[in-house]
Design a protein around this ligand. Structure first.
Ligand code: 5GP
Ligand code: ZN
Length: 119
């Protein structure tokens, strides 16, 4: 069922504490942890605790939690000291866009110059 933990989902396992992660922020509905393969000095993944396959599915099922993810990203950006220099929040959606983990996650990237359009 949408929103329920999935036994084969890596990020559900991180939410459950079954896979270790460097957690930097947590709320009732979200958790954020450092990406294992960082692409910038600040590279944090912000996820809903509930399992949805991507950002679009989360926005459809639980729009308030989608807002919680964005609010958490802003808080972390401030904590990491990148709010003033600028940062990027990215939801890769679908394999063609590079999504490899099918549990909604926002990439929060900052701490270096970020070209636009991205590669
Ligand atoms: P995607 O490619 O789906 O947009 O992003 C998935 C991200 O999850 C990648 O940036 C990847 O480095 C990160 N990742 C994959 N496995 C793990 C893990 O076990 N722990 C952490 N912290 N990040 C992971
Ligand atoms: Zn999941």
């Amino acid at each position: 069922m949408a929103g329920e933990p999935q036994a084969d989902c890596l990020f559900c396992k991180i939410v459950a504490g079954e896979v270790p992660a460097t957690i930097v922020h947590e709320t009732d509905t979200t958790v954020a942890f450092r990406d294992i393969n960082p692409q910038a000095p600040t590279h944090v993944l912000v996820i809903p605790k509930a399992h949805h396959r991507d950002a679009a599915a989360l926005a459809e099922a639980e729009p308030q939690v989608a807002a919680d993810v964005l609010r958490a990203a802003r808080t972390i950006a401030a904590d990491e000291g990148v709010e003033s220099t600028g940062y990027r929040v990215v939801f890769n959606t679908g394999p063609g866009a590079g999504q490899t983990v099918f549990h909604t996650h926002a990439h929060l990237l900052g701490g270096r110059g970020l070209e636009w359009p991205p590669g």
